[in-house]
Design a binder for this molecule. Sequence first.
Ligand code: NAP
Length: 290
Amino acid sequence: MSDKHVIAYVGLGIMGRPAASHLLRAGHELRVYARRPEAMEPLAELGATPCKSAAEAAEGARFAFTNVSDTPDVEEVVLGPGGYAESLAAGSVVVDMSTIAPQAARDIAAALAAKDVAFIDAPVSGGQAGAEAGTLAFMCGGAEEAFAAASPLFEIMGSSHVLVGGSGAGQVAKCVNQILIGATVDAVAESFKMARRLGVEPAKVREAIAGGFAGSKVLEVHAKRIIEDDYVPGFKARLHLKDIKIAIEAARGCGVEVPSAEEFRARLEKVIGQGHGEDDSSVAAKALDD
Ligand code: NAP
């Protein structure tokens, strides 16, 4: 069997467009769909086939990717009218790179299983830079066989891919990831504000601690944005709010308290209410502004 596949891809935003372009450059045949036809143009210029629906994009596809915003969007693209499920053949695999609720991933997997189509929840970390560089970290849930089949594609778009467990397990890992990032952004905002008040330059503090135990991607990327007060996304605040709500709901569902996630959610809601929803999520730091 050829190692080059027909691949459908829907969700050509900050993450999806660069990720999909790597599949194309690796020699796969890419069929794309977007609600706004102009969103397909950059990939069409690289050789992708623009389609009029997700169902059309999935015709003849072995793999069908989603990288859309939220749970209802994945449900619509995969299971809705004109969705992937209308045309995917038995034995094909849907891979969802979006961040959605773990239970929704399990439900979509069950609906597709009735058609003998596999589903891998494969949310990512690494941001726009990781999507562009092909260094995303995939956290996956689903069946081992489907994960193994999709692994060569994860290798093209990322630098790590781990099967965490069955359906939804990838999204649980993503909940953990988002809680950790939110809490760290909050801590950066508070501690750097303190440093400034104490007459010390935050940029120098960042430089000094970067090589120690507090060194992290959040310190590298988000702290820089906070220090420079430059919140070009990145990862939009409204999407991180969506993710932290998913994580809080998952925690409540199993009786675990996540106060750090609640605090980050409150800060995001405050700054989004001030018009920062399309800014990078590190704009949550502005919730501390006097
Ligand atoms: P984005 O730039 O807003 O892109 C989302 C894309 O999905 C847009 O092109 C949008 O099309 C399309 N879309 C949304 N709903 C759709 C629907 N129902 N039918 C068809 N197309 C639809 O968002 P993003 O930053 O790429 O994020 C995508 C996913 O990755 C999200 O789940 C996000 O939480 C996750 N994620 C993002 C990052 C990051 O750093 N950005 C990192 C990790 C994970 P329109 O333009 O027509 O709205």
